[in-house]
Design a protein around this ligand. Structure first.
Ligand code: GDP
Length: 138
């Protein structure tokens, strides 16, 4: 059965005009867009989303970055969606990302790295529920 994952086109990529190109990569890789919304988020919303990282030294910078401009929130669906999206994204630091990955093509730095994707089933469930209501996912 198809699996769902949660993804964000981050503010750096939206600002640079890469939204359409990243959506095309996601589409080409066989993902179905189950829900999508472009919006800006507050620093507090970013802190809640990244709560697992709150002890890490880059937490404040990361939350400031994520609330610095519009982003695109998405629920994506396909077989093996969680692992396949992580592969399509590439390494966190674009300097280490493989050729052909979204971060290799579109990311500028380890922080401003163009895209988010859930890393496990439990985080996908939390992240989808954090940003989308059940009725948006029918
Ligand atoms: P991901 O799962 O590949 O997104 O990476 P992580 O879960 O480890 O980190 C979450 C996000 O925090 C990353 O996507 C980056 O935007 C940011 N980040 C991770 N590591 C660093 C770092 O060492 N410095 C800074 N400034 N940001 C980082």
């Amino acid at each position: 059965m198809a699996q769902r994952t949660f993804s964000i086109i981050k503010p750096d990529a939206v600002r640079k005009g890469y939204t359409g190109a990243i959506l095309a990569e996601i589409d080409k890789a066989g993902f179905k867009i189950a829900a999508i919304r472009r919006q800006s988020i507050s620093n507090e919303q970013a802190q809640g989303f990244y709560a697992v990282h709150k002890e890490r030294p880059f937490f404040q910078d990361l939350c400031a970055f994520m609330s610095s401009g519009p982003l695109v929130l998405m629920v994506l669906e396909k077989d093996n969606a969680i692992a396949d999206l992580r592969k399509l994204m590439g390494a966190t630091n674009p300097a280490n990302a493989e050729e052909g990955t979204i971060r290799k093509k579109f990311a500028g730095s380890i922080q401003e790295n163009a895209i988010h994707g859930s890393d496990a089933e439990e985080t996908a469930a939390f992240e989808i529920g954090y940003w989308f209501a059940g009725y948006e996912l029918i």
